[in-house]
Design a protein around this ligand. Structure first.
Ligand code: ASN
Ligand code: ZN
Ligand code: CA
Length: 331
């Protein structure tokens, strides 16, 4: 059958009404994006194994916003992949996760009441559970999608090993770029913040807080010699806190109606340089200077090298990068 790109529309659970680029094959539409490496979404039909079924539709209007429609969370997942693709392309000229123009795919309705999302290097794909319905709803949302795709970017670049301090930095990179995707998307339903996973818990309690990671009760806001012993989703706090300080700055800030209060570990005051510059420094560090075994001291050096390349040694941006790491006890 003749195949062409067409403009579809959809309504997700978290992202509301959005436009989607889809594929027309014969008289049927497929949830597959030819503008972005043929990213596509399949329904796992609540199984954990097997290929799933590509979402298709008769009128190219996808989902209803209601969870009794199986397409609804597929819209959230497909949209978050498109937004992540566009973020990396527009900011850094990166064509997809591997930088080769090839898309990935989403497995939604993965498992039964499954409380997680994830990236797999093996399938070059993402899984999204529906949540248990008691504490969590479906996991497909902008920051989670950006987080999971960034695991793919990290795997294809620095290759940060997923344990110890390098594992915490790996997790932090996913939180940083998931957050920057959320800001770049400027979606009216999923308002951008420096919180991670605020859309997925039924009571909207975030999984993580970048301004002061220890607010979750488990994460580290400041580096210590034992931080690498924590779960990587908690040792990430040091990197998340450094990024918040670099982008926004220390102390109290209200952004998009959300209040933050970011302490420093050394009683310093840090002045932020904004999301775009902080993101550029972290991206260049991740893709140019970090390696599989980079620890937090190495992350400081990598971001300073990136800041020097982008803005010059001794620039405001370079000095802010140094100040942000010092403020989380990475000297
Ligand atoms: N959603 C989790 C993450 O991406 C899955 C995991 O534990 N790796 O971090
Ligand atoms: Zn992760
Ligand atoms: Ca968020």
């Amino acid at each position: 059958a003749e195949v062409q790109t067409v403009e579809g529309t959809g309504t997700g659970h978290n992202v509301g009404a959005v436009e989607l680029d889809t594929t027309k094959s014969g008289s049927t539409y497929q949830l597959k994006d030819p503008e972005r490496g043929n990213n596509y979404t399949v329904d796992m039909n609540n199984r954990r194994f097997g290929p799933g079924t590509l979402f298709t539709d008769a009128d190219n209007v996808w989902g209803t916003g209601q969870l009794n429609n199986r397409q609804t969370v597929a819209v959230d997942a497909q949209y978050s992949v498109a937004e992540t693709w566009d973020y990396y392309l527009e900011k850094f000229g990166r064509q997809g996760i591997a930088g080769d123009g090839k898309g990935s795919f989403n497995k939604v309705h993965y498992g039964n009441r499954y409380n997680n999302a994830g990236w797999s290097d093996t399938c070059f794909c993402m899984i999204y559970g529906d949540g248990d319905g008691t504490n969590y709803g479906p996991f497909a949302s902008l920051d989670v999608g950006g987080h999971e795709m960034t695991h793919g970017v990290t795997s294809r670049t620095a290759g940060l090993v997923y344990s110890g301090e390098s594992g915490g930095i790996n997790e932090s990179m996913s939180d940083v770029f998931g957050t920057l995707v959320e800001f770049h998307s400027n979606n009216s339903e999923d308002v951008a913040d420096y919180l991670i996973g605020e859309e997925i818990a039924l009571d909207h309690t975030p999984l993580r807080y970048m301004d002061d990671p220890s607010k979750d009760g488990d994460s580290a806001s400041c580096w210590s010699s034992t931080v690498g012993n924590l779960n990587v989703h908690y040792s990430s706090g040091v990197g998340n806190h450094a990024f918040f300080l670099l982008a926004v700055g220390s102390g109290a800030h209200t952004i998009n109606g959300v209040q933050y209060n970011s302490p420093t570990c050394n009683n310093s005051t840090v002045t932020g340089i904004g999301n775009d510059k902080a993101g550029a420094i972290f991206y260049k560090a991740l893709t140019t200077y970090m390696t599989s075994g980079t620890n937090y001291a190495g992350a400081r050096t990598a971001t300073l090298n990136a800041a020097r390349d982008l803005y010059g040694a001794g620039s405001t941006e370079y000095n802010a990068t140094a100040a942000a790491w010092s403020a989380v006890s990475v000297a």
